[in-house]
Design a protein. Structure first.
Length: 193
C-alpha cells in the first residue's frame, strides 16, 4: 500500500499538471476548488474594506475625543448680550431717527412750498387761458414778450411739477428706508467662550 502511494506521488511530481487534472476530475474536488476561489475573493474584498476603515481611524479618534459638540450658552449670558447690544445701538438709532425726522420735515416744507407755487402758476395759467380771444390778440400785438413770458411760465410750471414729483418720490423713499432700518435691526449674540 505504501509503495502504491509513493509511486503515485512520484508520478505527480514528474507530471504535476496531469496529476492535478486527475485529482480535479472528481466533481466534489472541482466544487471545493470553486468554493475556495470564491472564498478567496470575498476575503480580498473584506481586506480592502478593512483597509479603508483603518485609514479613517485617526479622524474618528479626533471626533470621539471631542467632548463639547454643541456649545450651549446660558440664558443669563444671552440676556446680558441683548442688553449690551440694546444699550450700544439705542442711542445711534435715536440719533438716526431724529436726523430722518429733520430731513422729512425739510422735505415736507419744500413740498408744501412747491405745491403752493404750482397752484399759483395753475391759477395764472387758467386766468391766462380765460382771456378773451380779442384780448389775446391785443396783448399779442402790443408785446410779443407776453407770449414768451407765458411760455416761460408754462416751462417753469412743468419744471416745478417735475420737481414736486421728485420730492414726493424722495420722501417716500426715505420713509421706506427708515422702515427698513427699523425692521432689519436684529441683535446678534457674541461668540461663546
Amino acid at each position: 500500500m505504501y509503495s502504491k502511494h509513493w509511486s503515485q506521488t512520484l508520478v505527480s511530481f514528474k507530471n504535476p499538471q496531469k496529476s492535478l487534472q486527475n485529482m480535479l476530475s472528481d466533481r466534489p474536488l472541482r466544487v471545493a476548488a470553486r468554493v475556495l476561489r470564491d472564498s478567496t475573493r470575498i476575503l480580498e474584498g473584506t481586506t480592502d474594506m478593512l483597509d479603508q476603515t483603518i485609514e479613517d481611524i485617526p479622524r474618528l479618534r479626533k471626533v470621539l475625543k471631542t467632548q463639547k459638540i454643541f456649545g450651549v450658552v446660558p440664558e443669563c449670558d444671552v440676556k446680558a448680550a441683548k442688553e449690551a447690544v440694546n444699550t450700544e445701538i439705542t442711542p445711534e438709532l435715536e440719533q438716526l431717527a431724529d436726523l430722518n425726522e429733520k430731513i422729512l420735515a425739510k422735505l415736507r416744507r419744500k413740498k408744501t412750498g412747491l405745491q403752493s407755487q404750482a397752484q399759483l402758476l395753475q391759477v395764472r395759467l387758467m386766468s391766462a387761458e380765460s382771456l378773451s380771444p380779442q384780448r389775446k390778440e391785443r396783448s399779442h400785438l402790443k408785446s410779443g414778450g407776453a407770449t414768451r413770458s407765458s411760455e416761460a411760465d408754462l416751462a417753469r410750471l412743468r419744471f416745478l411739477r417735475n420737481k414736486s414729483d421728485r420730492l414726493d418720490y424722495s420722501l417716500s423713499r426715505r420713509r421706506l428706508q427708515n422702515k427698513q432700518a427699523k425692521l432689519s435691526f436684529t441683535p446678534s449674540l457674541p461668540p461663546a467662550d
